[in-house]
Structure formats: structure tokens, C-alpha cells
Design a protein around this ligand. Structure first.
Ligand SMILES: Cc1cc2nc3c(=O)[nH]c(=O)nc-3n(C[C@H](O)[C@H](O)[C@H](O)COP(=O)(O)O)c2cc1C
Ligand code: SF4
Length: 454
């Protein structure tokens, strides 16, 4: 059992609950503590500098003490299925081997690194990125079933461009093999585990969601796809641990009648636990690719930034279409306002039903909050590890302020949830904080030595 625990008094009971510094095991891999960097797109590309870029992006988190770093979504095929420009795919074994530079760098600091496997399906760039579509006219979108009516309508109105290929049963097995092959490539490159991008409207969510999945073969039950993927990974990468994000589509717009409820997500997690998934990250999302996964403010500055304007036009097809996407983004920001630890209630429900660790991310910002979520407060323990996404863009060495320090109890991430880091990624821009006031605050903390560790 982990050594570092503290005692909490809850409902007249004294419970041993883990601290953030308590080690945690995921599928046989020991993490030195329970703080993780959630998967975030790095946009490091697939060129000769990719490994170097990833080291620059991710090593600081490990050097500052993060127990686990999740590399952001990596496509499982050499062609197609990319959800943003400049992604780093793992289908080529030789290229993936070059990423050992990153895994070595993380391991040198005693941390662990998992990479997230993804295929965009209907959300792929060949659907929405106009310039990419023009450059790759032969690409079709892999689909679980025919697109639902709102997407067909968007296609008719010229906002999306579908040329779908609904997967045959055999092709679903082929796709699962690709996940397995990429996991094997990742294991060879020294990754400690893989993570499945189950909740960002990629093909994995499309399998689970009744909004997308109307199949009448065995894969009409989307969990079956996760089962076959788990088997493929086991067959090709042995006991490499596998984590999955699991969607509760509770944030879907009212016109979406068929979606995954919180109860559905809890049940899916229970089944994934039985199938052999090693940790689960349940998240509240919608059926669409929107701001429900990054609750916060409308990214005013990012949309106005001259450096990205041409890139937005290339991505969305014209100035007026880019303006309409920005307007929709503004409406979403009202709908998906920031909420502290917004997935905690869902995670608590999942934790009651599964035996494997539950990972919690989304709006977690203070050490005090982390301690409470790990069980050191009035409410029952919500999770076994806590993660942050955007705060790592704002402060790549953030763990140094949260772990093992006398001031940790008062520590709070400086990220303002303004989302200026999100939109530029449609142009292939790197994942970094883009808000000058926040960067200035980080500079001040650097000068004070706040990110230094023994
Ligand atoms: C720019 C950006 C890129 C993201 N990329 C991924 C990704 O590749 N895979 C994924 O599962 N989640 C992705 N996320 C979601 C994060 O993992 C995380 O769940 C989300 O940011 C909420 O946590 P936070 O409030 O701490 O930022 C991304 C989020 C942002 C802001
Ligand atoms: S731009 Fe910076 S402050 Fe704003 S959400 Fe992104 S990381 Fe946080």
C-alpha cells in the first residue's frame, strides 16, 4: 500500500486518504505521486524536430515533479483521422522510435509518460479544414454510421464537407489493429502506457455515443470496440497499461435527443473496468466538438490576433465563415462557463462502481481543492489522481508549486481559463499560453524562484 496518507474525518468516520504525494499504481506502473498533466495537443508535427519539441513541451512538467504526463492525441493512421494540424502520429515505427528522446527525458526525472491514441472519424480535418481538404481530396472520413442530421445539415450549408466511409465490420477490426500497432510502437519507444481519446468527439466517442452509433453489427454496442482495442493492445504490446477517457454527453444541446447520460457513462466505466482498462477518466462533454471540454471564457484576444487571421481563413474557408465560427464560439462560452472541478460529481459516481483508479481533470486549480478531491474533506473521495490541462500551458513547471512545499496549501494555478491557447491550434500553432498578463505573472514567479525544486 502507498506510504503517504493522511487521516480525514468524514461523517464521524476516520479514513486513511491519499495525499497528492502518495504514489499510485496504474496497471502495474508506479507513479511517484497523484498529480498529472492532462493530454493537451502539442502540435509538434512529424518532422525531424518533433521529439525535440515534445521534450521542450513536456519535460518541464516531469522535471517539476508531475507523477504522470499524458502526451496529447496522436493519430493511429499515417493518413487521415487527424483532428488538428501538426499532430504527431505513431503509425510509423521508425518515427515513433525517435520519440524515445522524450520518454528518456521524463524517466530521468522519475516521472512517467503515457501517449494518447486517437482517430478523429467524423471530426477529422478532412471534414472541416478547408485548405487541408483541398490538399487531400482523396481522403474520406471513417464513420461509425452515417452522420447524424445536424452534421448533414452543416454539410449542406457548406460548413463541413463529408465524403464518409461507413466502416464494415472487418474494417472496424482493422482500425482496432491500428490502435494495437501504435501501442506497440509506443511501448518500444519507452512510453509507460497509452491513453485512449474517448471523449473529444473522436471516433472512440462516436462508437460509444447513440447520437453517432446506429450500427446493427456487434459494434452497435460501442464498448465492444473498446474491448477489441484492449485485446489488440494486449496482443501487440503485452501488459502496457491502458487508460481511457469516457464521455457523459450531459452537456449536449437540447435538440440532441439521443446521447450518453451520466448513468450510461458510469455503466460504461464499470464495463471497461471488467474488460481490463487500467484507469478511467470520466468527463462531461457534449456530442459535438465544442467548449464543453474547456469551460471558460470566450478567447477574444486569440480571434483578434492578426498573426492567426490568415490561418483561420484557410481553416474555415473565408472571412465570413471564420467570423461565424467565432460567433458560435462566443455563444458556447456563455453555455459552458467555467465551473471548478466540473467532473468531480461524475468521477465520484464512477469511483463507487470501479476497482481501477479514477482520474479527474477539468477546472482543478488549487492544492486545497486537490486535497479535498482526494478525500481530505467533507465529501467522499472523488478520484485517485488529479490532472490539469491549460494550467500546464500557463506554467509548464507548475507541479513545483503544488508538491512537497511548505506553501503548497496556498498554491493556485495562474491560468485564467481565457482559452486564448485553444483557437490558434486550428492553424497548427503550438500549444502555449497566449495571454500576456498571465505570462508576466509567470515571469514574476520565475524571478521569485517559485518553480525551483531540490
Ligand atoms: C488546447 C487544448 C488541447 C487539448 N487536447 C486534448 C487532447 O489531445 N486529448 C484530450 O483528451 N484532451 C485534450 N484537451 C482537454 C484536456 O485534457 C482537459 O481535459 C481540459 O483542458 C480540461 O482541463 P483544464 O480545465 O485543467 O484545462 C485539450 C484541451 C485544450 C485546452
Ligand atoms: S491562454 Fe493561458 S491563461 Fe488563457 S486558458 Fe490558455 S493557458 Fe490559461
Amino acid at each position: 500500500m502507498p506510504s503517504k496518507h493522511f487521516t480525514a474525518e468524514t461523517s464521524n468516520e476516520r479514513l486513511d486518504v491519499p495525499e497528492l504525494e502518495t504514489p499510485l499504481e496504474i496497471g502495474g506502473v508506479e507513479l511517484p505521486n497523484r498529480l498529472y498533466r492532462a493530454p493537451l495537443l502539442e502540435c509538434a508535427g512529424e518532422g525531424p524536430d518533433a521529439a525535440e519539441t515534445l521534450v521542450d513541451e513536456l519535460e518541464p512538467a516531469a522535471a517539476a515533479g508531475a507523477g504522470l504526463v499524458f502526451q496529447g492525441a496522436a493519430p493511429v493512421r499515417e493518413e487521415g483521422g487527424r483532428v488538428a494540424p501538426s499532430m504527431t502520429g505513431l503509425a510509423d515505427p521508425e518515427f515513433t522510435a525517435s520519440l524515445s528522446k522524450l520518454t528518456d527525458a521524463v524517466h530521468d526525472h522519475g516521472g512517467r509518460v503515457f501517449v494518447q491514441l486517437d482517430h478523429g472519424g467524423l471530426r477529422s480535418m478532412e471534414t472541416w479544414h478547408v485548405e487541408y481538404r483541398r490538399a487531400n481530396p482523396e481522403l474520406t472520413q471513417l464513420a461509425v454510421s452515417e452522420p447524424p442530421w445536424p452534421l448533414r445539415l452543416a454539410d449542406r450549408l457548406g460548413f463541413l464537407d463529408f465524403d464518409v466511409r461507413v466502416l464494415s465490420t472487418e474494417e472496424v477490426y482493422d482500425l482496432a489493429e491500428d490502435f494495437g500497432r501504435c501501442a506497440a510502437n509506443a511501448a518500444d519507444a519507452g512510453y509507460d502506457g497509452v491513453h485512449l481519446a474517448g471523449a473529444n468527439m473522436g471516433i472512440l466517442q462516436q462508437f460509444l455515443s447513440p447520437f453517432y452509433n446506429c450500427r446493427d453489427d456487434e459494434f452497435g454496442d460501442g464498448v465492444r470496440f473498446f474491448e477489441v482495442v484492449r485485446d489488440e493492445i494486449r496482443a501487440r504490446a503485452g501488459d502496457l497499461p491502458v487508460v481511457a477517457k469516457v464521455p457523459a454527453e450531459t452537456e449536449s444541446p437540447p435538440f440532441v435527443r439521443r446521447h450518453l447520460t451520466a448513468a450510461d457513462a458510469v455503466e460504461i466505466c464499470a464495463r471497461l473496468d471488467r474488460i481490463g482498462y487500467d484507469a478511467l477518466a470520466p468527463v462531461r462533454v457534449s456530442t459535438f466538438w465544442d467548449m464543453s471540454i474547456v469551460r471558460g471564457r470566450f478567447p477574444e484576444r486569440a480571434w483578434r490576433d492578426r498573426r492567426f487571421r490568415e490561418g483561420y481563413v484557410s481553416a474555415f474557408g473565408s472571412r465570413w465563415k471564420a467570423a461565424l465560427v467565432a460567433a458560435a464560439n462566443r455563444v458556447e462560452a456563455f453555455e459552458y462557463d467555467f465551473e471548478p472541478a466540473w467532473n468531480a460529481g461524475l468521477a465520484r459516481r464512477v469511483r463507487e462502481r470501479v476497482t481501477v483508479p479514477v482520474l479527474l481533470e477539468g477546472g482543478i486549480r488549487t492544492r486545497e481543492q486537490m486535497d479535498r478531491l482526494l478525500g481530505g474533506g467533507e465529501s467522499p473521495q472523488a478520484c485517485d489522481a488529479v490532472g490539469m490541462g491549460r494550467p500546464f500551458y500557463a506554467e509548464p513547471r507548475l507541479p513545483a508549486r503544488l508538491l512537497d512545499t511548505a506553501d503548497a496549501g496556498r498554491a493556485e494555478a495562474i491560468c485564467e481559463n481565457c482559452n486564448n491557447c485553444t483557437v490558434p491550434q486550428v492553424t497548427g500553432a503550438n500549444g502555449v499560453c497566449r495571454t500576456p498578463e498571465v505570462l508576466a505573472e509567470r515571469g514574476e514567479l520565475v524571478r521569485e524562484g517559485a518553480y525551483e525544486r531540490d
